[in-house]
Structures are given as structure tokens and as C-alpha cells.
Design a protein around this ligand. Structure first.
Ligand code: PLP
Length: 377
């Protein structure tokens, strides 16, 4: 099997699985319990929290361990709104992940005002467009670091620098697809909230974090006990936290070497597909090395996915979160591309576990499979 759907999920690394099983069997006591065993669980949990802070290079604030980035993203929006007495204004891009868009839409139903920033036809978001929309009512700006469908790198550092001029505005970055792939300094970018997901970096599913620079700015999403510094009720899972810290450490290890490996595969992939008249590549000038978005106009993307799967090659239509709901790419629609392209889009996403040989095998299969599929319309 050649797995090229790593932006949907990655294979858990044996080290993460081991970190989980070892911690889960040795530290099963409730970290909130007073006894010694509880204390040991708490120690492990806090060690993981400190590790994550260090790996992210942040000194101030805290890490909330969550059930994934969907929860982290929801927490930012709901937690901001519940921390205020009156509805405010939020700015976000039109290409955010559904977990950001839908969390924002919920605020709109509660009287918040939303401003959507659209990219140009190459996926570029202009920092000045974001700044221009800031008003006295603006409480939150949310811009993802790397887009999950196209790999576009958004200028979050520049946006963050501009937002420093507005002390009442908090800045959230969904870092899920960028971590370990594109360098980012949270401190320099002035990021207040940052979401990550373990299963996109060879960790476990239902595990993520929300970095919160000033905990007093956010109400909890889940109410109950005072766990996670009062930001998330419910018994914490020290094993999940330890496995998360391990996944993050691995994602940050030898980053440049891994990026070179990914870039090498991507260059080969792009160079061959560029010559192919049956497809169209959607590439932003600034893009991550592991995601390629392309369209096969006139062909059904799900037919391509199934036909390639028959050859043992796994890729996806748009993103996993939207592929069951819509046959169009909301991201390519936001770029303003023709409907025939957004309705026939595919995503190839690599991980460091892929090899040059995988790319060659993929290209061979592609050249055989695509011409054999009927063209409609
Ligand atoms: N944000 C982005 C950019 C994603 O790609 C994903 C994954 O689909 C998520 C958030 C949601 O992450 P999780 O699966 O941990 O809820």
C-alpha cells in the first residue's frame, strides 16, 4: 500500500504507541487524586505539558490537552464568546478548516459579526486585508498556518505583527498542517491561541492541544471540575499527553532534513504532473512541501480515488472532513476557480515515511489509470 493521504491522518509511530501503552499501564491513577499514585500521574501530565511548551518555544501561558484540533478550535471561539458580556467581531479566512468555520458560525447565530477574508486565485491572503477589517469591536482573528487542501502557507507572522497594534484583539492560528513542515515562531508571531492535532504527525487520534497565552481570556468549553488549569473539565489522560509530547518531539526533530526529503518528493511529483494535460495543479507561491492539490476536469474525483486504490495507492478527494458532505472543494471555490476544477479536485499528501520510490509507483499508476477513465461533460 502506498499511502498518500497523510493530511487526513498519519500512521501512528511505534514510539508514540509505546509511550501511550507504557504510560497508560503504569500511570492509571487519576491525576487529580490526592494519593501518591495520583501524584505520579499528575507529574507525568505536567512533564508532558512542560515538554510541549518547550518544543513550541513558548514561555508564557499554558497548554490544554484536548480531544484534537476540532475541540481546540471550538474552544477558542466558544471560550472567547463566553468570556465576554457582549457579542463582538471576529475575522477569519474563507479557507479555514470546518472546525473553525462552524465554530465561528455558531457565534454569528449569537449575534457576533464575522468578516471573511478571501484569498486570490493562487490562495494568497494579504496581511493588510486582515488588518483593514479590524474595528473597535474585533475580539478575535483566526488564520490557519497551512491550508489542509492546498498546502498554502498563510503569512501568520506578518498578520500577528500587524495585530500587535490592537491590544484587544486575540490571534488564533490553527497549526495542524504546518507543524514540523513549515517553521513558525509562536512568540514572534504574537500568537495567543494555537491548535494542534496528534494524528496528523504520527501520534494518536482524539488527541490534541490548545496553547493559550493568557488563560484569563478564555472560558472553558467543557464545564465541571477544575482540571487543565480550569480550562477543560474532565479527567485528564496523562498517557495521551505523554504520547502527544512524543509525537511533537518527533515532528520537530531534524525538521530541515525532513523538509528536504518531502520537498524532493514533491518536486518530482509536480514536475511529472505538470506535463500531464489531464490534470491541473493548484499551487500557491508559498506552499508547504507535503500537500498537492490538483483537479482532473471532466473526471469524477471519487472514481479516480477508487481506481487508484485498486492499484494500492491511497489519495483523497478534497479533504477528509468535507469529502463526505460535498463534491466540491470549498477552498478552491474560495480561490475563485472554475466550478469544473473545484468539482474535480484531488489531494495528494505526503509524510516523511513516503519514499521517492512511492512517488515513482504513483506516477506509473496515474499515467495508466487516468486515460482509462471516462471523461464526462
Ligand atoms: N484543522 C486542520 C487544518 C485540519 O487539517 C484538521 C484535520 O482534519 C483539523 C483542524 C481537525 O483536527 P482533529 O482531527 O484533531 O479534530
Amino acid at each position: 500500500l502506498i499511502y498518500l493521504d497523510n493530511s487526513a491522518s498519519t500512521r501512528p509511530h511505534p514510539e508514540c504507541l509505546e509511550a501511550y501503552t507504557k504510560a497508560a499501564s503504569d500511570y492509571y491513577a487519576n491525576p487529580a487524586s490526592l494519593h501518591q499514585a495520583g501524584g505520579a500521574s499528575e507529574k507525568l501530565l505536567e512533564k508532558a505539558r512542560t515538554r510541549v511548551m518547550n518544543l513550541l518555544g513558548v514561555k508564557q501561558g499554558t497548554i490544554v490537552f484536548t480531544s484534537g484540533a476540532t475541540e481546540a478550535n471550538n474552544h477558542v471561539f466558544t471560550g472567547t464568546s463566553e468570556n465576554r458580556t457582549r457579542p463582538g467581531h471576529a475575522i477569519l479566512t474563507a479557507v479555514e478548516h470546518p472546525s473553525v468555520k462552524e465554530a465561528a458560525a455558531k457565534l454569528e447565530r449569537k449575534g457576533w459579526e464575522l468578516t471573511w477574508i478571501y484569498p486570490d486565485d493562487q490562495g494568497r491572503i494579504r496581511p493588510e486585508d486582515v488588518e483593514d477589517e479590524v474595528t473597535g469591536k474585533t475580539a478575535l482573528v483566526s488564520v490557519m498556518h497551512v491550508n489542509n487542501e492546498t498546502g498554502t502557507i498563510h503569512p501568520v507572522e506578518e498578520i500577528g505583527k500587524r495585530l500587535r497594534r490592537y491590544p484587544g484583539v486575540r490571534f488564533h492560528v490553527d497549526g495542524v498542517q504546518g507543524i514540523g513542515k513549515v517553521p513558525l515562531s509562536l512568540e514572534e508571531a504574537g500568537i495567543d491561541y494555537y491548535s494542534l492535532s496528534a494524528h496528523k504527525m504520527h501520534g494518536l487520534k482524539q488527541s490534541g492541544i490548545l496553547y493559550v497565552r493568557s488563560p484569563e481570556t478564555l472560558a472553558p468549553l467543557l464545564h465541571g471540575g477544575a482540571q487543565e488549569k480550569g480550562l477543560r473539565a474532565g479527567t485528564a489522560d496523562p498517557a495521551a499527553a505523554a504520547a502527544f509530547a512524543r509525537a511533537l518531539r518527533m515532528a520537530k526533530e531534524e525538521e530541515e532534513k525532513k523538509r528536504r526529503h518531502l520537498r524532493g518528493m514533491m518536486i518530482q511529483l509536480e514536475a511529472e504532473l505538470e506535463k500531464d494535460d489531464s490534470c491541473r495543479l493548484h499551487r500557491s507561491p508559498e506552499r508547504a512541501p507535503h500537500i498537492l492539490s490538483l483537479s482532473v476536469p471532466g473526471r469524477k474525483p471519487e472514481t479516480v480515488v477508487h481506481a487508484m486504490a485498486e492499484e494500492g495507492i491511497i489519495l483523497s478527494t478534497t479533504s477528509a472532513c468535507s469529502s463526505k458532505h460535498s463534491d466540491r472543494s470549498a477552498v478552491l471555490d474560495a480561490w475563485g476557480l472554475p466550478p469544473s476544477w473545484s468539482a474535480s479536485s484531488l489531494r495528494i499528501s505526503l509524510s516523511t515515511e513516503n519514499t521517492q520510490k512511492d512517488i515513482e509507483t504513483f506516477l506509473h499508476a496515474w499515467k495508466r489509470v487516468i486515460p482509462s477513465l471516462a471523461v464526462s461533460g
